[in-house]
Structure formats: C-alpha cells, structure tokens
Design a protein around this ligand. Structure first.
Ligand code: DON
Length: 577
C-alpha cells in the first residue's frame, strides 16, 4: 500500500507567501522533474504523487492519469472534478493516438434559446450532464492495467483523511468565499459548509481540508464504478439537487450519458505528427489552423527576444482569423454538419495570404457572413495534466468544471461540485457581438448535444514516439497558450521549460483586443510597437494566461522532463528507478 505512505508524507513545494489572504501567490520558476521511469505533472503535488505511485506499482500512463484525475477532484476543487468533463488524449505505444472524449451533454429538455436570457452562471440550470466518471471508466476499460479500485481509492482516502491546503488553493478559496453571493445565498450553503475554513475567516497554506462526503462518494465509485454515479446512489443525490435547485438534468439524462472513443485530429507538421482533441473541442482543429497558417507564413525565431513585435503581430493576425473560423464553423459534429476543409493546409494558406505583415486587420473587417450585434461578456477554470510511463505511453488530459468551482453548486451530502458548462453553448441564436459572444448555428443548444470546448490537450510524436504532451486551462486562451508552446518548441527548438515559463498573449477575434502578459524577456516598447501596427493592446500587471503542465521527451536518450507551470502552482513528480 505504497500510496498510503506517500499521501500522508506529502507537503507542497512551497512558493513565496503573499501578504494578504486575498493576494495571489508570487511568480516562481517553473518546476521540472526528469527521468526514464515515468513522470506525472499536474496542478497539485499530492495528485502528481498519487499518479507517480501508480506508475511505480506497474500501472501505465492511463492508470496514472485516472488516479491523478480523481485525486485532483479532491486537491483542486477549482477544476479537478467528478462533476464536470473533458478530453483525454492517449498515445498507446505502437498504436494510433485516440481521444477519450467525456464532454458534458445538454439535458433532454433544452431548446436552442433555453438560456438566452439567463444570467446566473452559478445555478443548477447551467449544469451539463457530467462526463468525467464515464470518461475515466472508458479509458480504463480500453487501456487500463491496474484494477479500477486501486486507481480511485487514493482519492477517496485523501478526501476522508484530509489534505494540506497549499498557497494556491488557500488563495482561490479565499477569493471565492469573500464574494457576496457565496457568503449569503442559501443556494451556496453547501459550498460554504464543504469549503469554508475551519473556525476562521480565511484559509492559510498548511491548513487541513477534510472532505468526508466526497470520500464516501469516491469510495462508492471505487466499489461500483460509473453505475453508482449515473444510476445509483450518487445519481439520486444529483437528481435531488436538481429538484431542489430547479435544474434540468433528469435520471434519464444521467443514465443515457456516454463517453466516446474518438480518433484524434492528426496532421503532419514540420516533420512531426500532431494529434489534437477532436470536436466537440475546437482545440485540436483551431490550434492546427493556427500552426498551419504560421508554417505558411514562415514564422522564424527571434534571437533577441522571447517574442518580437513582428512575431506578436503576425501571430495575432493568425489568432484573429482562426477564431473567426472557429465561431463560424465549429460545434458538436454528432449534431452539426461540419465543413472539415476549414482546418486543411489549403485553407490555412488562403487565410494566411490575407494577412498584412505591417498592419492589424480590424476584426470587424473579417466577419464574413456572420451578423454582428453591437451589444456588449467570460470567465475561467480548467486544469491540465500530463503523464508518461516507462514504455513511452503518454496521456495529455484537460478537464474542467468551466468556471472556477463550476456552478459553485455542491451536491448535498455528496461533497462534489457540479459544472456550469451549459455556458459554453452559444447562448442566443443569431447573436454574435463584439464582446466575444457567439450566436452561430453549429454550437446552439440541443438535447444530448455536447457544447463546443476550447480544451486543447495535444500529443506530438516524432518517428512514432511521444515527444510532447501539452495542454492548459484558460477558456478560449487555451488554444493560443498551447499553440505558443508548440511554436516555441517545434518551430524555434526552445526547451519545453523555456516555452512554458515564457510570456503569453491572446487574441480571439472579438473582442478585438490583444492581451499580453508582462515579462522582462519582451521588448520594452512591445506595447507601443503593436499599437503602431493598429492593435488595441491590454497589458495588465496581474494578467496570467493558462497553467500548462506539460512533458517533453528527449528521443535520443529516452529521458522525459515534466514541466510544472508557475502560474497557478503545480508539481512534476518522477518515478524513481
Ligand atoms: O471547455 C471549455 O472550453 C471551457 N469550459 C474551459 C473553461 C476554462 O478553461 C476556464 N479555465 N481557466
């Protein structure tokens, strides 16, 4: 029982302490771990260690990903979950990369405009039918080696025994528990009961968070598998919650939920094999559109700066165009007719030729046949983790509750949060506006349909072997975070650690604003140089984009290096020889 010892001993790698409980922890270097026996890198050291223990015990990368995923539901309730959904890219040795897709679905009673005038994002009505338990089960059925119970039990145990709260979880809980609706509204009484600090106003790093209800829920899943969640005692608790809170999910919706085993989006790119998440994530296709445009434009490394003004200009123009195509064409391919040529090489070349190398194209000039309303919206939380085992099997997994802590609805006496993923459907049919709201047809709500996602877990192979596992949270910024890391590593041959550490930027067509992180590695005049090219630039001090816990493999030596992003805490843990 190795995990017993491991979990009890773990204390988070310390990061600089902040002055106030509501101040975000400071910037730290990326943390790395290298080895040949397996690596797990996630948002939380406890979860990474639980995955690494599974690898050490002879489990493969999928086993470790499942164990890490369940553990994150305990250690990172912001986004780790059993009440949400996501995308698990799996690279089994010698076989095609596949996606275990466990995106949430719309309840059977919805219509395209059911949420058109709905504003409360923290409500049972915003909840999609959760996919995580079914997704992890499907991944286990297809690829797992160790018994299911062995993979879920460590999470059940740390929930019941308690975890040591780290700086980021303390900060994040404090921020949420300080918000007025979460402090007073009876809809969130269970949130306060489960996540409130013990007998004081604020959480501090080092405090214990004990989640006995979640421990029981996870034990049921360990014993009974997904039946407990979709048809059994946990399903009953979810339905009771829906009835109390006026939500839409029924017993039948839960029973009908299925995770899917889908082929990855595959493309050859600069001698590498790119594998991205398929629809209903727009991630795999939109990252590919961007990379193909950049390849067509011949983007080159700048020796002086991490990003030069010329590069940021060009990449922004690429982002703008890719996000316009995303809005126009992408949705759940099981429901909408999708024009696959939009991520073809030819189409990327055609889009790239419309880019002016010196001037920004106003987004309003490339709306095409999308009607834009002139009315003025977005929010974040998701988490990504990567796993590689000693045989080179890789897993790149992004999953989410949508916003931080999802809907903030904790299923009464079950101890877990429900997502608010219904907000990823286009809310108002026909209403696309300059604030970033989209109203095009492919992503309108329909019974059983999956909402379009931006989650972009990617696997890059070279000569048939896993070279990179990359992904991030961040809503629509995910696509650009992942693309920027791939550009750094594949186009510029920078190390993964440099690529994850370095500054990021984001443009998503609308709003027509380029958002830049601040960083010493950027030219001092970057903002003004971009403004001169016609961009509207926002560069806020505190702006941080994503949290990209990734792995690269040196294919000459077989040594894998896990890189934990600094932006939201994280830990890369290796299996010792
Ligand atoms: O699936 C999606 O695209 C969104 N629900 C992801 C939300 C997200 O990444 C927020 N994270 N920081």
């Amino acid at each position: 029982m190795r995990f017993l010892i491991a979990t009890v001993c773990i204390c988070r790698v310390s990061v600089a302490h902040s002055a106030s409980p509501l101040d975000r922890p400071d910037r730290t270097p990326v943390q790395t771990a290298s080895g040949t026996e397996g690596i797990v890198v996630s948002n939380c050291d406890i979860a990474s260690q639980i995955g690494a223990d599974v690898l050490a015990e002879g489990g493969n990368a999928v086993d470790a990903a499942i164990a890490t995923g369940f553990a994150m539901a305990v250690t990172w309730p912001e986004a780790g979950n059993i009440g949400g959904g996501g995308f698990m890219m799996v690279a089994p040795p010698e076989r095609d990369v596949v996606c275990i897709e466990y995106r949430e679905t719309a309840p059977a009673s919805v219509k395209p405009n059911s949420l058109a005038s709905w504003t409360n994002r923290r409500h049972e009505r915003m909840v999609g039918v959760p996919g995580t338990v079914a997704g992890f089960w499907l991944a286990h059925q297809k690829y797992g080696k160790l018994p299911w119970k062995r993979l879920v039990e460590p999470a059940a145990q740390i929930a019941a025994e308690g975890i040591v709260v780290d700086d980021y979880l303390a900060w994040s809980l404090n921020i949420y528990l300080s918000q007025q609706d979460l402090q007073t509204d009876k809809r969130y009484a269970e949130f306060r009961r489960v996540y409130g600090p013990p007998e004081k106003q604020f959480w501090e790093a080092g405090d214990q968070l004990v989640q006995p209800d979640l421990g029981r829920t996870l034990s049921l899943i360990a014993e009974q598998g997904p039946t407990a969640f979709y048809e059994g005692a946990i399903a009953d608790q979810i339905i009771d919650q829906m009835q109390r809170g006026d939500g839409w999910i029924t017993k039948e919706d839960l029973k009908k939920y299925r995770a899917k085993h889908r082929p990855a989006i595959h493309a050859k790119l600069k001698g590498y094999d790119y594998y991205g998440a398929p629809l209903p994530s727009s991630g795999g296709t939109t990252v590919l559109m961007e990379l193909r445009m950049l390849a067509a434009l011949g983007l080159k490394k700048d020796e002086q700066y991490f990003w030069s003004a010329d590069q940021v200009h060009l990449i922004t123009e690429v982002m703008r165009r890719a996000f316009r195509e995303r809005a126009a064409h992408l949705g759940d391919a099981d429901f909408a007719d999708i024009n696959k040529s939009v991520w073809s090489v030819d189409y990327a070349r055609q889009l790239a030729t419309s880019i002016n190398q010196k001037r920004a194209t106003p987004s309003a000039e490339i709306v095409g046949d999308i009607v834009i309303s002139t009315e003025p919206y977005e929010s974040p939380q998701t988490t990504h983790f990567s796993v590689i085992d000693k045989d080179g099997m890789g897993v790149s997994n992004t999953y989410t509750l949508e916003a931080s802590f999802g809907s903030c609805i904790v299923v009464k006496d079950a101890g877990f949060l429900l997502n608010n993923e219904m907000g990823d459907f286009n809310p108002v049919p026909g209403r696309t506006d300059t604030s970033g709201r989209i109203g095009t047809n492919p992503n309108l709500m329909a019974p059983g349909k999956r909402m379009l996602s931006s989650q972009s877990p990617v696997i890059i192979k070279q000569d048939g072997q896993v070279k990179l596992l990359v992904g991030s949270p961040g809503g629509r910024t995910i696509i650009n975070t992942v693309m920027e890391i791939l550009v750094q590593t594949l186009f510029f041959e920078r190390s993964l650690a440099e690529a994850v550490d370095g500054p990021r930027f984001h443009h998503q067509w609308f709003p027509d604003v380029l958002r830049l992180e601040r960083d010493d590695s950027l030219p001092d005049d970057l903002k003004s140089a971009l403004q001169q090219r016609g961009h509207t630039v926002s560069q806020r001090n505190e702006s941080r984009q994503g949290s990209a816990h990734s792995i690269e493999v040196d294919l000459r030596t077989g040594v894998a290096t896990g890189v934990a992003d600094w932006r939201r805490g994280g830990a890369a843990v290796r299996v010792e020889k």
